[in-house]
Design a protein around this ligand. Structure first.
Ligand code: AMP
Length: 215
C-alpha cells in the first residue's frame, strides 16, 4: 500500500523519530527536507553553501526552492511505488498549496508537544552526522558518541542553539500553523498527543492512519 502522510509538529516534537518508526511499519520512504538540506551543506555544493545561512540562523528557505527539491524527490521510483512520509514539509501555506497541486495526501498528523517540553528536548538532542539517527544526552548511543545504527559520529545540531531554536519556533507559529490549519479545513488533519514513550506515540499515529486508510 502506498501511504501519503505528512507529519507536523514543533521542532523536537518527534517527527524524525516517528518517521523512522513509521517507515519501517509502512514501507513508505521518510523524506525529511531538513536532512536533505543538511546533506547538501555537508557535501559542500554551491546550493549547500547558500542553504547553510538559512539553516544556521533558523530561517525558512524560499518556497520555490523547497518545491524544486520536493518535485525532484517525488520523481524517484520509491515515492511513486510506496508514497511518502513527509517530515518538515510543507512549512508554509504556499508550500502546502503547491504540494496539493501535485499530489493527494492520505493524512496529515500533527504531533502535539508543548513548547516548554520541546525546549528541553532540543537542548539535549544529539543526532548522527551520517544517518540522522536521533539520540539525547539522557539516552546516548551504547558507546558515546558513536551511532548504534551506522557507527557515525553523534553530535549536537548546529541549529539546536537557544537563538536558532527561538527563531525556528517563531517561524513555526507564524508560517507553519496556518499551513496545518489548511489541512484541518480540508478534513485531512489528526492531532496526536506527542508526550510519552516514542513507541506509544507511534501506536497512536498507527491507530489514526489505520482508521483513516481503512475507512
Ligand atoms: P528541520 O530539520 O526540519 O528542523 O529543518 C532544519 C532547517 O532546514 C529549518 O530550520 C529551515 O532552515 C530548513 N528547512 C527544512 N525544511 C524546510 C521547508 N519545508 N521550508 C523552508 N525551510 C526548510
Amino acid at each position: 500500500m502506498a501511504l501519503k502522510l505528512l507529519l507536523f509538529g514543533r521542532q523536537g516534537a518527534g517527527k524524525g523519530t516517528q518517521s523512522a518508526l513509521l517507515a519501517k511499519q509502512y514501507g513508505a520512504p521518510h523524506i525529511s527536507t531538513g536532512d536533505m538540506l543538511r546533506e547538501a551543506v555537508a557535501e559542500g555544493t554551491e546550493f549547500g553553501s547558500q542553504a547553510q545561512a538559512y539553516l544556521d540562523s533558523g530561517s525558512l528557505l524560499p518556497d520555490e526552492i523547497m518545491m524544486g527539491i520536493i518535485t525532484e524527490r517525488f520523481a524517484h521510483a520509491d515515492v511513486r511505488a510506496n508514497g511518502f512520509l513527509l517530515d518538515g514539509f510543507p512549512r508554509t501555506v504556499g508550500q502546502a498549496e503547491a504540494l496539493l497541486a501535485i499530489t493527494d495526501v492520505d493524512l496529515a498528523v500533527n504531533i502535539e508537544v508543548p513548547r516548554e517540553v520541546v525546549l528541553e528536548r532540543l537542548s539535549s538532542r544529539r543526532v548522527c552526522k551520517n544517518c540522522n539517527a536521533i539520540y539525547s544526552t539522557a539516552e546516548p548511543p551504547t558507546s558515546p558518541w558513536t551511532c548504534d545504527v551506522c557507527g557515525g559520529e553523534v553530535v549536537q545540531r548546529a541549529d539546536d542553539t537557544p537563538e536558532a531554536i527561538g527563531r525556528r519556533l517563531e517561524a513555526y507559529e507564524r508560517d507553519t500553523v496556518p499551513a496545518i490549519d489548511l489541512f484541518e479545513t480540508r478534513g485531512l488533519l489528526v492531532t496526536i498527543d506527542g508526550l510519552g514513550r516514542p513507541e506509544d506515540v507511534t501506536d497512536r499515529i498507527v491507530a489514526a492512519i489505520d482508521a483513516r486508510v481503512s475507512a
